[in-house]
Design a protein around this ligand. Structure first.
Ligand SMILES: Cc1cc2nc3c(=O)[nH]c(=O)nc-3n(C[C@H](O)[C@H](O)[C@H](O)COP(=O)(O)OP(=O)(O)OC[C@H]3O[C@@H](n4cnc5c(N)ncnc54)[C@H](O)[C@@H]3O)c2cc1C
Ligand code: FES
Length: 260
């Protein structure tokens, strides 16, 4: 559904990252972890092209939806300027969500702002588990306190070694999987990270779901701008295309064609 939503808060969390809270009761009521909203940016001349953001929290009682975003370009720079009280059209909740696997311990794996998506899952999770975070530097390891407040154990990796292990978040995988009895993996982050993770998990029988962050246009399945490759043994190329805004963004890891 498309809702005209009032911005209640738009706060800087740390330089370049913001937390935006909308009043959007209908979206808040039905939102599931892993779903996203498509936001028309107030003040942007080209208002047709919306920007997708994961729902990082939803409070059905208060009617609020929270997204956490990184300022990267024109749209997010404009969104950063939107004051509380400003209204904008918000379409959602869109896409499918993570499907919690009963009887397992959640192992969340987040690269960069991917932790905004998995936070909603942590919030709704009945059992706290592990959060593995990876980013370029300590500054980009956002939401650490929020996960720990929810009882999640944090393992982190940074490319420059400024916090946690020096390297990639996938370097933490074996330690994480070895430390919980029945893990189920839920991951969100840049494509190379998710593909590496998908390949590392291949054939291991560990339930895993990947939330693919693909550039989007319409957000509702009409334009095919957001296609991702899924494995398809019947196709001569070994893959078929899927619209990630409609059939995704979350897919079972074993279905994703984890090669460029
Ligand atoms: C399902 C989904 C959920 C998302 N959730 C979040 C979120 O919770 N928080 C968040 O900060 N961002 C999220 N994103 C990414 C966000 O939509 C883009 O960063 C945003 O649209 C960029 O808009 P812009 O106009 O500022 O940047 P543009 O000027 O359009 O682009 C600036 C730079 O960002 C890159 N970029 C644009 N779109 C994406 C994208 N989808 N993925 C990676 N790089 C991109 C461009 O290639 C370019 O380098 C999500 C994207 C998808 C598809
Ligand atoms: S963004 Fe248009 S089909 Fe997915």
């Amino acid at each position: 559904m498309d809702q005209i939503s009032r911005i209640l808060r738009n706060d800087e969390m740390t330089a370049g990252y913001r937390r935006l809270v909308f009043l959007a009761p209908d979206i808040a009521k039905s939102a599931l972890p892993g779903q996203f909203v498509h936001v028309q940016i107030p003040g942007l001349r080209d208002r047709i092209l919306r920007r997708p953001f994961s729902i990082s929290s939803a409070d059905p009682a208060a009617g609020t939806v929270t997204v956490i975003f990184k300022v990267v370009g024109l749209g997010t720079t404009e969104l950063a300027k939107a004051e509380p009280g400003v209204e904008c059209a918000v379409l959602g909740p869109l896409g499918n969500g993570y499907k919690p696997v009963p009887g397992t311990v959640p192992v969340l794996i987040a690269g960069g702002y991917g932790s905004a998506s998995t936070l909603f899952l942590a919030e709704r999770s009945k059992t706290p588990g592990l959060i593995l975070m990876g980013a370029r530097t300590e500054h980009d390891l956002i939401l650490r306190d929020e996960y720990q407040a929810l009882g999640f154990r944090l393992l982190a990796a940074t490319n420059d070694g400024s916090f946690g292990r020096k390297g990639f978040v996938t370097d933490l995988l074996e330690e994480a999987l070895g430390s919980v009895p029945a893990p189920a993996v839920y991951a969100c982050g840049p494509r190379p990270m998710l593909f590496a993770l998908g390949r590392l998990l291949e054939g291991r029988g560990i339930p895993a779901q990947l939330s693919l962050d693909q550039h989007m246009c319409c957000g509702v399945g009409a334009c095919f701008a957001c296609v991702v490759k899924l494995k398809d043994a019947d196709s001569p190329d070994g893959f078929r295309y899927s619209r990630s805004c409609k059939e995704g963004p979350v897919y079972p890891a074993e279905e994703v064609y984890c090669r460029e």
